[in-house]
Design a protein around this ligand. Structure first.
Ligand code: 28F
Length: 642
């Protein structure tokens, strides 16, 4: 009796402990969207990674099981099962039932990795319909079951074992999350990133939800972030220039490591991480790296007569065509900014700066060939930048003189400066013709695209000014590009890309998105860019009964609807639209352009980032040798097909 009462008291305390999490889940995991759902997995995996970083775990398994149940296992020491001195319950139970349990152990030092909020296991438990832990300590297997964070029975021994480790199985609570359907590709990407950032750890991820098509991948990189750089180049189809350069160092309790390599593109890719968390807005570690890189390249160039006294390479010059990973691990990270995407910790900048300065300089001195290649590349970048500036100045002057005469092919709308004006950017003259015929000319403008598209991937901004396909877009939108971009000058409320629903259409869409992403980014951030959704089929019976279908399933639904009662569908006509050009003006208006009946998709930053990522895959030419990679990643191309 006494014993029961004691447990009851604790139950109440535990309940109070997790209540706020279920009340305001967003506070703890960011959101209850699919991102929040994935966050649950990251939290548990982070704990296993901590155990690996502590030196006790070599392998982590992440399984997506049928019904979207997640199981994460590690071969570490197992969460301690002893009775916690002040809580009076097992340490493992405390970890899973007390908010911010880490603090209870008085050791801020233990946790190195961590999710967005670093809140841990108890939050996952609170937001799971049910969760089970199995701890193996080399002697026994301990087990405990929770329902929405609550338990009826304490951690119990359920068997003997020689093994050690922790296994956590959970099912996200459908009452909390908008969706409980995990995206394998997203989890895979994150696990791969973690495997790169923590060299040597083996992460095995599997998805057995579809019993006919189980998938699994083993992620294990002894080369760590060096292989991360190589992976990025392989995925993007870049040719490497020079070797991967790797530097690392430690100061007090902080460690930093950097891997970098140049490539034949003009793109700068710097991914920085603090305690395995991606810092998308950079911060002190990234600044330290950039400062040091600029200084070393300039110093080396001057020292070896590659740069004249008055010549100086800018940060942009030395980072053109560079891929770099900057990873620091600190006892405590301060994340700043609105989305907490920037590392604060001021002392990290001089630490990384000094480290990179010293080690990169000695690398250059010991590898003069690579150093020479890099300097030459940076000099070429500088020259191109000067050419770009000249082109921009000319364009500016021209704009001022001609008062930006609009492109000849543009069929502009009559109303201006009003909300709800739209410009349709249409590939192909015939589709452009239909669109012009079908539009509401008061507020809809049509710009047909023609001519040769610029390979945005391999071109610098000066080439945009001379490109016959992109310049009309730039002039029609009125905003300018790059440094000159001004959102206030945008001439339309909506910029709608209208392309065929086939591979070529996907290609042009991706190219335009990449172009907007790189040279008119605020346009996407501000939500002005849309994708038109033309139908794939016209299903009709006679003249009167006409349906437009946007998917095969919808087509079949309409066929069934229009068929005779006995199911005979021979009188139903199905026309497949191979392109926009096959629709007449009226059909195009009705299905794709009429705001009352159409569907248009607003492009989100993620879509544009993804377009940017896959652009080289679509560009073809030199990617052929990387067929394996492409086949694997080409899937994302379909995903973009929104
Ligand atoms: C499937 C998820 O969560 N693995 C974990 C350990 C090991 C220890 C530990 C975890 C709270 C704050 C100490 C064991 N022996 N996988 C996991 N493995 N937590 S979580 O301790 C947590 C305590 O500090 C562990 C000795 N020390 C630590």
């Amino acid at each position: 009796m006494m014993e029961e009462e004691r447990y009851d008291a604790e139950q109440i305390q535990v309940l109070e402990g997790l209540d706020p999490v279920r009340k305001r889940p967003g506070m703890y995991i960011g959101s209850t969207s699919i991102d929040g759902l994935h966050h649950l997995v990251y939290e548990i995996v982070d704990n296993a990674i901590d155990e690996a970083l502590a030196g006790y775990c070599t392998e982590i398994t992440v399984e997506i099981l049928p019904e979207n149940i997640i199981r994460v296992s590690d071969n570490g020491r197992g969460i301690p099962t002893g009775i916690h001195p002040t809580e009076g319950i097992s340490a493992a139970t405390v970890v899973y039932t007390v908010l911010h349990a880490g603090g209870k152990f008085g050791g801020g030092g233990y946790k190195v990795s961590g999710g967005l909020h670093g809140v841990g296991a108890s939050v996952v438990n609170a937001l799971s319909e049910w969760l089970e832990i199995r701890v193996r300590d080399g002697k026994h297997e301990h087990f405990q079951h929770f329902d929405r964070g609550e338990y009826k029975e304490p951690l119990k021994i359920v068997g003997d074992t020689q093994e050690t480790g922790t296994i956590v199985t959970f099912k996200a609570d459908a009452e909390i999350f908008e969706t409980t359907q995990y995206d394998y590709e997203v989890l895979l990407k994150r696990m791969r990133e973690q495997a790169f950032l923590n060299a040597g750890i083996r992460i095995i991820i599997s998805d057995t939800r579809d019993e006919n098509e189980p998938v699994s991948e083993t992620l294990h990189y002894e080369g760590g972030i060096r292989q991360f750089v190589e992976h990025i180049h392989a995925v993007k189809g870049y040719e490497s220039v020079g070797d991967v350069i790797y530097v690392s160092g430690r100061q007090d309790d902080s460690v930093a490591e950097i891997a970098m390599q140049y490539n034949d593109s003009y793109n700068e890719v710097i991914l920085s991480f603090a305690n395995n968390i991606h810092t998308k807005d950079g911060g002190s570690h990234e600044t330290g790296f950039k400062n040091a890189l600029t200084k070393v390249v300039n110093d080396y160039g001057r020292q070896f007569g590659k740069l004249k006294e008055n010549e100086k390479l800018s940060g942009d010059d030395v980072r053109e065509g560079l891929t770099a990973i900057v990873s620091v691990k600190l006892t405590e990270c301060e994340f700043e900014g609105q989305t907490k995407g920037r590392l604060g910790n001021p002392q990290v900048r001089p630490f990384v700066e000094k480290l990179v300065q010293e080690k990169l300089m000695s690398y250059f001195e010991m590898n003069p060939e690579t150093a020479g290649t890099i300097i030459d590349k940076c000099l070429a970048a500088r020259k191109a930048r000067e050419a770009a500036k000249a082109a921009r100045d000319t364009a500016r002057r021209k704009t001022a003189m001609e008062n930006a005469s609009l492109p000849g092919k543009l069929a502009d709308c009559s109303e201006h400066g009003v909300e709800n004006t739209e410009i349709y950017i249409v590939e192909g003259d015939s589709a452009g013709g239909s669109a012009k015929g079908g539009r509401d000319r008061r507020y809809q403008a049509i710009l047909p695209l023609w001519g040769k598209m610029l390979n945005v991937e391999k071109a610098r901004i000066d080439k945009v000014y001379g490109n016959e396909k992109l310049m009309p877009v730039v002039t029609a939108l009125g905003t300018g590009i790059g440094e000159d971009f001004n959102l206030e000058k945008l001439r339309y409320d909506k910029v709608i890309i209208m392309a065929d629903a086939d591979v070529d259409g996907c290609h042009i869409r991706t190219l335009l998105l990449t172009f907007f992403f790189r040279y008119m980014r605020p346009l996407i951030e501000n939500g002005n860019v849309y994708i038109a959704q033309p139908p794939l089929y016209r299903v009709s019976r006679g003249e009167k009964k006409v349906f437009y279908a946007f998917s095969d399933a919808e087509r079949d639904k309409y066929i069934a609807e229009l068929a005779d009662k006995d199911g005979n569908s021979s009188k139903v006509a199905v026309q497949r639209y191979k392109g926009l050009g096959e629709m007449d003006s009226e059909q195009l208006w009705e299905t794709t352009m009429n705001p009352e009946t159409r569907t248009i998709l607003r492009v989100k930053m993620e879509d544009a980032i993804r377009a940017d990522e896959i652009i080289t895959i679509l560009m073809g030419d030199k990617v052929m040798p990387r067929k394996d990679y492409i086949e694997k990643y080409a899937k994302t191309v379909e995903n973009l097909d929104i």
